[in-house]
Design a binder for this molecule. Structure first.
Ligand code: SF4
Length: 369
């Protein structure tokens, strides 16, 4: 952080007035988010939204907003919204000169890896991730030395340095497909799937490939348990309960459907349930609700403190001060891009993976590293 940035960070946030012009310009967003944001809050958000959208046009910038961003960011300033891989693909596809990543640091790195010629900014460089920080490149080199000939599949929630050490990446939407393709290509019945232990355990229930796992956890999803689900079911007997595969297996067993954030969104859009419980980060339900007003969302959510570091105010500051640029060593970029590209080159799954229909009937315990 340079001195200028420090002195700016101490300054009071810039206040823009809520004028009739701002009100009219942001009215379509307000219509979407007013069930989740009070009029009082909106009068503070709307002028910043208008100003950020003006700055984006001026600077040829786009904002990639993750599903876990707050509704005023997701619906107000996000040009592309979705899961981490979808956002990285947009980073490569879009023709903007500047990308502002409204998400955590590993996501900004993935955007830089797939779009190295573009300037990638993250509004708060301390927006980390418990999964990404659970494993280092040195750890992966140690794992490879211990299991020669066994493919290493890495969840996208990792640093670029970790991706650079691995054979192929996966997301929660395609992890089963990637594990099976890697095992077939390497001619083995085993696969290393790192760093999320619960995702690895949930994948192991879906495949005959033996899984070797790392003890990384998402601090948001690991806190849910089966008792939470039983309590929710008793309180909302008609509700569909949707869980994320970073949750423990006991949560998946107690839920009605388990899939990635994209799969959950698709489930609600297609099935239009009257009542839904989303077992994931808090903002997910708020953002999906804006597009599915006829569904009632129950939110037993856990906040991700890293995602919540990103605010309208620091997005505005990122655009004004052209900060904080995400830099990745070019040698790392090439190797990390190869691991991501191997995943992209696989035929897309017919539909995002489900984790609640247990296919593996054998003993599905995983080997822990
Ligand atoms: S929700 Fe979990 S996986 Fe996502 S950024 Fe937060 S800690 Fe990391």
């Amino acid at each position: 952080m340079d001195d200028g940035a420090l002195s700016f960070a101490k300054a009071a946030p810039m206040a823009f007035p809520f004028t009739p012009a701002v009100e009219a310009q942001t009215a379509p967003v307000w219509d979407k988010v007013k069930s989740r944001i009070t009029p009082f809050e909106w009068r503070a958000h709307a002028p910043l939204i208008a100003e950020i959208n003006r700055l984006k046009r001026k600077k040829n910038a786009v904002i990639l907003a993750h599903n876990y961003m707050t509704p005023e960011i997701f619906h107000g300033v996000g040009d592309y919204v979705g899961d981490s891989l979808g956002l990285a693909r947009e980073a490569a596809r879009c023709d903007a000169a500047v990308i502002v990543q409204a998400g955590v640091h590993f996501m900004a790195e993935t955007s830089k890896v797939l779009a190295p010629q573009k300037r990638v900014l993250i509004p708060d460089p301390l927006a980390g991730c418990s999964l990404a920080s659970s494993i280092t490149a040195e750890d992966v080199r140690m794992i490879k030395a211990r299991y020669p000939g066994v493919p290493v599949v890495t969840y996208v929630n990792t640093t670029a340095e970790v991706k650079a050490e691995t054979d192929i990446c996966c997301t929660s939407a395609n992890a089963v497909q990637v594990v099976e393709a890697a095992a077939a290509q390497w001619g083995t019945d085993r696969c290393i799937l790192i760093p999320d232990e619960f995702l690895a355990r949930n994948v192991a229930r879906q495949t005959g490939v033996k899984i070797i796992a790392w003890a990384g956890r998402c601090e948001v999803h690991e806190r849910f348990n089966a008792a939470d689900i039983r309590e929710l079911r008793a309180a909302y007997p008609g509700a569909e309960i949707l869980a994320h595969p970073e949750c423990p297996a006991e949560v998946i067993e107690a839920s009605d459907f388990t899939g990635s954030t994209a799969a959950m969104t698709e489930f609600v859009a297609r099935r239009r349930p009257a009542q839904v419980v989303m077992i994931t980060e808090c903002s997910m339900a708020s953002n999906v609700q804006a597009d599915s007003p006829e569904t009632e969302f129950i939110g037993p959510c856990n906040l991700c403190p890293h995602m919540k570091r990103i605010t309208l105010q620091n997005i505005y500051e990122a655009l004004v001060h052209d900060r904080y640029e995400v830099v990745v060593d070019p040698a790392i970029i090439d190797r990390a891009a190869a691991a991501v590209q191997r995943m992209i080159d696989l035929p897309p799954p017919a539909q995002p993976a489900r984790y609640d229909l247990v296919k593996a009937r054998h003993h599905v315990d995983v080997e822990m590293l």
